[in-house]
Ligand binder design. Structure first.
Ligand code: ADP
Length: 440
């Protein structure tokens, strides 16, 4: 605003000066013309008649450069000439004025030029009172100063308001944040501040708290689950060893009991190995990715797993063709994914059940579908079966065939491979797991 006002003020004063100078030049020209036309010397009686034709707003003073005295003046304000005699004398020292000079003295604008009269050179000054213009400029300057002053007050008031609003918001955030601890992680930061950036900051902090709370709950659940799962085998190892130590046994008895302890330790070891998969950084895993002929890999896996179907006389049909479709991945990890899914299809199948493995190929992905005619999954549990340690109640009570970690590892590894997992199941009829992976 200050810049705009200064600009307006500057341009207005420039324009005023320009138009006054133009008028002075015109008046000077008229004056010169009258003298030339009539060829009149500065005889007071005659000149006055002619100068009556010159606009009343202008004064004219003619100096003799030799004597440096005014030979003629047509002005009401003679005091101006006498008061500024020294300045004017200095100005007219330059006898050969090549072009007109414009100058401002106090409230008067002057044009100084030379004129010839009867072969004698004179210096003449046309004067215009510009105090009216100045008062116009002064009024403008006054308005400008008032506006400037008002804008400073307005800015000060506004900045003060904004700042106090922001500071209030920051204080409230600090207070709320100080009170949020592990026990009340569900509380959120609130504010009475209307400032938009404070609201955005609070929204971001609250979203972060949501994520922290979710991770906190997951870590707690995970720790609970891990300790619960590890407690059972450790307790059973402990009691088995205590029984062993309580009395002497034969070598065969020791061998049999130590074998059982080894089974428990292997079970524990298996769980720990599986849990370690979750601690690996997905980016580190991605570094080992290479192109894999996925259907080829699953055909091999089916042949290898067929032996497990004999006990329940399950028919495993692998309807895949090795047509060279490739995905980017870590082969041992992807083998683990399909090994888990096929072994579940066997484990949760009925006697004489069926397992069918087929593929769906699109332009950008390949889907591998594993369908079984097993026990199926309760509708309300379908979403939960990929949660770590989740097992359906029906299988929980039966013999220790799994840890409830298999599908959570499958889902995690599919995510690492930028794929998706779709599960469909009808209790008592069977299940279908489809894994989609991006093609190279
Ligand atoms: P685990 O098999 O070790 O119990 P998983 O994570 O592999 O753990 O499976 C979690 C649960 O999902 C299983 O306990 C079982 O209840 C259910 N489930 C998994 N696959 C199938 C399937 N093909 N048919 C029926 N239920 C299944």
């Amino acid at each position: 605003m200050i810049v705009i006002f200064s600009g307006i003020l500057f341009l207005t004063s420039k324009f005023n000066k320009y138009s006054v100078d133009k008028k002075l030049t015109n008046e000077g020209a008229i004056f010169q013309y009258l003298l030339k036309e009539k060829g009149v010397l500065f005889q007071p009686d005659t000149v006055i008649d002619y100068l009556d034709l010159v606009s009343e707003n202008f004064d004219v003073i003619v100096f003799d450069p030799q004597t440096k005295n005014p030979v003629y003046f047509e002005t009401d304000d003679t005091s101006f000439i006498f008061n500024n005699a020294r300045v004017l004398t200095n100005l007219i020292k330059e006898e050969k004025l090549e072009k007109n000079i414009f100058i401002t003295i106090r409230n008067k604008r002057l044009m100084i030029g030379t004129l010839l009269n009867e072969n004698k050179s004179y210096i003449y000054i046309v004067v215009k009172d510009i105090s009216g213009n100045n008062s116009y400029l002064s009024a403008l300057a006054f308005i400008f100063i008032v506006l400037l002053f008002l804008s400073i007050i307005w800015n000060y008031y506004n900045t003060n308001n904004i700042m106090s609003n922001i500071l209030k918001g920051i204080d409230e955030i600090t207070d709320s944040a100080k009170n949020i601890k592990g026990k009340n992680l569900s509380e959120r930061i609130d504010t009475t501040s209307s400032d938009e950036s404070i609201s955005n900051l609070i929204f971001t902090l609250n979203s972060m708290l949501n994520r922290v709370e979710k991770s906190f709950v997951q870590i707690n659940e995970f720790t609970d689950n891990v300790s619960h799962e590890l407690k059972t085998p450790i307790t059973s190892i402990k009691s088995m060893i205590e029984v062993e130590l309580s009395q002497e046994r034969t070598v065969e008895e020791y061998q049999e009991d130590l074998g059982k302890i080894l089974d428990e330790i292997n079970w524990l070891n298996g769980i720990i190995k599986k849990l370690l998969i979750f601690t690996k950084n997905p980016e580190d895993l991605e570094r080992h990715f290479k192109p894999i002929k996925i259907e080829n890999m699953i055909i091999d896996l089916c042949e290898f797993m067929e032996i497990l179907t004999f006990e329940k006389e399950i028919t495993l049909k692998c309807e895949l063709e090795d047509n060279g479709i490739e995905v980017l991945g870590d082969e041992p990890l992807l083998r683990d994914v399909f090994l888990n899914l096929i072994s579940n299809a066997i484990k949760y199948n009925k006697i004489n059940g069926k397992i069918n493995i087929t593929s769906i190929v699109t332009d950008d992905k390949i889907g591998i579908q594993i369908s079984d005619t097993g026990v199926g999954i309760k509708k309300e549990n379908i979403e939960k079966i990929t949660v770590r340690f989740f097992r359906e109640d029906t299988v929980r009570t039966t013999k220790k065939s799994g840890s409830g970690l298999g599908l959570s590892i499958v889902s995690h590894l599919i995510e690492v491979h930028k794929g998706t997992l779709e599960i469909e199941s009808i209790e008592g009829v069977g299940s279908q797991f489809t894994i989609f992976l991006p093609r190279i």
